[in-house]
Ligand binder design. Structure first.
Ligand code: FAD
Length: 310
């Protein structure tokens, strides 16, 4: 892993930097590249603009590692409001949360209860409830949370990180359950005994994991693969794979982030692929933004250009 990426991932966890950066105008301007705004209405409006081109949405309010359990109630209430807004506007929108945004650090049972209630509300509305994957200290707990929820509904999905050594085994168990899985490469700073440090190995793991989930024995009730990458080379390899094996489109969907390779999102939708854009919004954007910069340190050039424009 290169030094710039390491530094940015370290910065993502630094409270001192967070406090200062979030008040700095050029940083606030730069984050707009990846986020239509801080309010849910900004995110909904972005999704409404995207929908005619066939790109559907997933909404996530930024936030993680709550300081107080009481904040989880507000997050829960917020997501119910998001579901109402989705219904009012008639867009196809799903929800994605982080367990630590719903009190996982403070009380796992309460976190489970909130997830259960949001999942049931999603089910009633005919949409999906996704669980993001955080750092490796949370992997097992997040999979356990998903498995408990999955026992009650098919409307739940989980993000799984290709960079983890444990992922091949996790996927076997999850595929047997009939699971909705969002395959991602992984966005956190992890030690080499937990995650593959080498990018080309992670890329190969990602392709292998997606192909595993597209095999006939993974086609169970409730299963779905989200191919969540901006890597066009990998997308093309997987498109060639589905064409070669006659894999039905109902089994997979492409998922990408708002503001990244937007032309590609439109291009995939125009060629008839199912595409979802994850639209993030909210006031607590610093750690998430640092992880986006770390994915492509060239993005720092964009931040610096905004600084010079001040
Ligand atoms: C829908 C979605 C949900 C996600 N959920 C999670 C999650 O729950 N847990 C988790 O750990 N990670 C999550 N991620 C992030 C993921 O782990 C990767 O860190 C991220 O997607 C970057 O890897 P990549 O696969 O896009 O490819 P990379 O190999 O990093 O990049 C390939 C190409 O994509 C473009 N690109 C990628 N990132 C950026 C960027 N930030 N800015 C500009 N261009 C870029 C560039 O052209 C780059 O050359 C999610 C990603 C997506 C798309």
């Amino acid at each position: 892993m290169n030094l710039a990426r390491r530094l940015l991932l370290w910065a993502s966890t630094n409270a001192w930097l967070r406090e200062r950066a979030m008040r700095t105008r050029f940083v606030r301007l730069s984050v707009r590249k990846f986020m239509p705004g801080e309010q849910i209405n900004d995110a909904i409006e972005a999704a409404v603009r995207l929908q005619p081109s066939g790109v559907n949405a997933i909404f996530t309010k930024l936030g993680e590692n709550l300081a107080e359990l009481t904040e989880a109630e507000q997050v829960y209430a917020h997501y119910l409001k998001v579901l109402e807004r989705i219904k009012e506007t008639g867009i196809s929108g799903e929800i994605s949360i982080k367990p630590t945004q719903l009190g996982y650090d403070q009380d796992r049972e309460i976190c489970f209860d909130y997830c259960m209630k949001i999942m049931k509300a999603c089910e009633a509305q005919g949409t999906l409830f996704w669980i993001d994957m955080e750092g490796s200290l949370y992997t097992q707990g997040t999979i356990d949370l998903f498995t408990r929820l999955r026992a009650h509904s098919e409307c739940v999905g989980i993000a799984i990180q290709a960079y983890l050594h444990r992922t091949d085994a996790d996927l076997e168990a999850l595929a047997a359950l009939g699971s909705k899985i969002r395959m991602v490469k992984g966005a956190y700073l992890e030690p080499a005994d937990v995650a593959f440090p080498d990018k080309s190995t992670v890329n190969e793991q990602f392709v292998k994991n997606c192909m595993r989930l597209l095999r006939p024995d993974a086609d169970r009730p409730g299963a779905l693969l989200h191919i969540a990458t901006h890597d066009t080379n990998i997308q093309d390899r997987l498109l060639a794979h589905v064409a070669e094996h006659g894999i039905e489109k109902r089994r997979y969907e492409f998922a990408m982030l708002y503001g990244i390779n937007s032309q590609r999102q439109l291009h995939l939708a125009a060629r008839g692929e199912r595409v979802r854009c994850l639209v993030a919004y909210g006031e607590y954007w610093f750690p998430w933004y640092m992880r986006r910069l770390a994915e492509r340190p060239a993005n720092i050039g964009f931040v610096l250009r905004n600084a010079l424009k001040r």
